[in-house]
Design a protein. Structure first.
Length: 187
């Protein structure tokens, strides 16, 4: 808002300066029509000059903001890549263990894919869109997954694989927030 007021003031000041210069230069009497067209031309000129300056400042600010965002994005990507490279071996091991457990539960390829998508947090509707099937089919396959695994919900499925990723009470130390485990919820 402040910038708009400043630029509006600049338009007015430039307009008045142009009118003053035109008045000083003019030796002949001017008809009201010529005066009106001259004033209109000067107003347009003043607005064009100041608008160009305003747009230039806005573009500079946008470039600065864009460069800051690109810097933050690059830093986030570097952090993510660092985490991925550090965790790659563990993630592969977890992926292998999950696939092995699916095989032990005798899940079909389709059920395994749905179980993985559920572990990633996708809803039944989203899974249906990804697999180009109906939500009812996904719900049926999810029920088959629960039946074969002996688990009763998506939360239990996630907890089955992820529970041991969280540090134990001994690892967290005294005074740390306690993390509920699947065993705690069954007790």
């Amino acid at each position: 808002m402040k910038r708009t007021v400043i630029y509006s003031g600049l338009v007015l000041a430039l307009f008045l300066a142009l009118v003053g210069m035109e008045t000083i230069k003019s030796d002949e009497p001017i008809s009201p029509f010529e005066l009106g067209t001259d004033l209109f031309e000067m107003a347009l000129l003043a607005m064009a000059v100041v608008a160009t300056s305003y747009v230039s400042h806005e573009m500079r600010d946008a470039r600065v903001e864009r460069n800051e965002l690109i810097g933050k994005l690059m830093a986030a990507r570097a952090d993510g890549e660092k985490w991925r490279s550090t965790a790659r071996v563990h993630v592969r091991g977890l992926g292998s263990a999950i696939r092995q457990q699916f095989a032990d539960w005798r899940l079909t390829a389709g059920e395994s894919e749905i179980a993985l998508l559920m572990l990633k947090g996708l809803s039944h509707k989203e899974i249906a869109e990804v697999r180009q099937s109906s939500a009812a089919t996904v719900r049926q396959q999810a029920a088959a997954i629960y039946g074969k695994s002996g688990l009763s919900s998506r939360a239990e499925l996630a907890a089955y694989f992820l529970e041991d990723l969280f540090p134990s009470e001994e690892e967290r130390g005294p005074g740390a927030l306690r993390t509920l485990t699947l065993a705690d919820s069954e007790a």
